[in-house]
Write a protein that binds this ligand. Structure first.
Ligand SMILES: Cc1cc2nc3c(=O)[nH]c(=O)nc-3n(C[C@H](O)[C@H](O)[C@H](O)COP(=O)(O)OP(=O)(O)OC[C@H]3O[C@@H](n4cnc5c(N)ncnc54)[C@H](O)[C@@H]3O)c2cc1C
Length: 362
């Protein structure tokens, strides 16, 4: 025990980096350590581009963090001992903490449907995206959420030898406004993507997918984007979690069961406007990471933090490199009437992605 308050941040994605960068300015005198299994920060929101064969940048985490006097430990956290307040790493090292910020993000959900783990690819992590190479034949993308739409468009645009199908039981972008949905469909069709919005996939096989109506769709490669899971560390540690394993938090992003643990980003359940849970997004990971840091710093000063006040503003999707969609949102994440499309939207999205990466690294 050094006498300094020891804050350990688990995860150096958008939420963890935002938290650490803020803590170093606000929790003066505390010793801050960030742990990540990866050595480099990769903009996760560009992984569909990487899967489509584009080079994306990566930044050395040790350089980013040590330039701010934050200690970086490049190791996988394998266990949290909440009783003795320490984190066990896969390097057989132990890190003691006084406050823990849990920001371990999310991964592809491979367990919901048979065959996904064995036969499907994913673009959820840099390693997943790296392993995928478009085979030049039929590619089936399962899931028409934001990731599936972005991936299908990117593959169709940059891999013209591939025949891309997008399979989902709903219209692509079903949660967006009718204008936004119409634009997504128009661009995907223009890029040659076959859209099946009546397709519930119940099994992935070596040669394709099986649908709920019994039919088979052949593919040279299947990419699963229909759902995300989270690391099970919090659940194994006995923290209160939801059914998926995400840490349950109060209005200050503190664990409801362990007051010395805070959680942010994809691996936390966070109440948003209108009582709705914040969705997993870079757009929520950055501000919740920053807010968690502010709450920790306030309590270290002996003050009570204010509530997290988050308002959605817009959601942006890339549709290849030359088109995109900016959907303006109401504060509670429901779609408004205004949408931007085309090259302007592609540019706005690019600027937002660059800005988010810059904010995280800063
Ligand atoms: C292809 C794609 C496109 C996307 N596009 C958008 C978009 O346009 N807009 C948007 O808002 N969101 C988008 N998202 C979602 C967004 O990327 C995530 O919501 C965001 O990255 C969550 O941030 P996070 O910090 O919570 O987690 P992550 O970014 O996942 O970071 C978690 C970190 O924890 C580390 N980690 C995990 N387990 C361990 C462990 N046991 N020990 C040590 N380290 C560990 C990981 O290495 C990682 O660095 C996209 C996601 C994908 C996959």
């Amino acid at each position: 025990m050094t006498g300094q308050h020891r804050i350990v941040v688990l995860g150096a994605g958008y939420a963890g980096l935002a938290a650490a960068g803020r803590l170093v300015r606000t929790a003066r005198g505390a010793e801050i350590t960030v742990v990540d299994a990866r050595a480099r920060f990769v903009e996760r929101v560009r992984l569909h581009q990487q899967a489509a064969g584009q080079q994306i940048s990566a930044w050395d985490l040790r350089e980013i963090l040590e330039s701010k006097k934050i200690r970086f430990v490049n190791a996988r956290a394998s266990e949290i001992d909440t009783e003795d307040k320490r984190v066990l790493l896969d390097t057989a090292t132990v890190l003691d903490y006084d406050t823990l910020v849990y920001a371990l993000g999310s991964i592809a959900d491979q367990n919901g449907v048979p065959g996904v783990a064995e036969h499907a690819h994913s673009v959820s992590t840099p390693e997943d995206a790296d392993r995928f190479t478009a085979p030049g034949g039929a590619v089936v993308v399962v899931g028409a959420g934001a990731t599936g739409i972005e991936l299908a468009a990117e593959l169709a645009e940059s891999q013209p030898d591939s025949r891309v199908s997008l399979l989902s039981p709903e219209e692509p972008g079903a949660w967006l406004s009718p204008r936004a949905q119409a634009h997504i469909r128009r661009v995907l069709e223009r890029l040659g993507v076959e859209i099946r919005s009546d397709a519930k996939v119940i099994e992935v096989t070596e040669g394709g997918v099986r649908l709920a109506d019994g039919s088979l769709i052949g593919s040279a490669a299947t990419v699963w984007t229909a759902g995300f899971a989270v690391p099970d560390l919090a659940a194994r540690a006995g923290l209160s979690v939801d059914g998926a394993g995400r840490v349950l938090t109060d209005a200050s992003l503190r664990s409801v069961s362990h007051p010395d643990v805070y959680a942010a980003g994809d691996s936390a359940v966070i109440a948003g406007p209108g009582g709705r849970e914040l969705r997993m997004a870079c757009a929520t990971a950055l501000p919740t990471g920053t807010y968690a840091a502010d709450a920790v710093a306030a309590r270290l000063r002996g003050a009570e933090p204010g509530r997290l006040r988050y308002r959605f503003v817009l959601q942006c999707l890339s549709l290849g490199r030359r088109d995109g969609l900016i959907q303006f949102l109401h504060a509670d994440d429901s779609p408004g009437r205004i949408v931007l499309t085309g090259r302007t939207a592609a540019w706005v999205k690019e600027l937002i992605v660059r800005g988010a990466g810059w904010v995280a690294r800063r």
